[in-house]
Design a protein around this ligand. Sequence first.
Ligand SMILES: [Zn+2]
Length: 58
Amino acid sequence: MAVPAITAEWICTRCGATNRKLVPIRLTRAADRCVTCHAAHVVEADERPVRWRARLEE
Ligand SMILES: [Zn+2]
C-alpha cells in the first residue's frame, strides 16, 4: 500500500532556491539537500502545510 505523502516546499538558506520534497504525511521533519547548491538542510513542518522551515544541517 502506498504511503500518503505531501510535498514539502522549503527555501535554501544558503542560495535562496526553492526546493520540494515528497514527505510521508505523518512526518514533520526531514533531511534534504538543496538541488542548486547541495547544502544539507533539516526541514520542519510549520503551521502552514506547504511551506516548511529550513535550516542548515550541522
Ligand atoms: Zn541552495
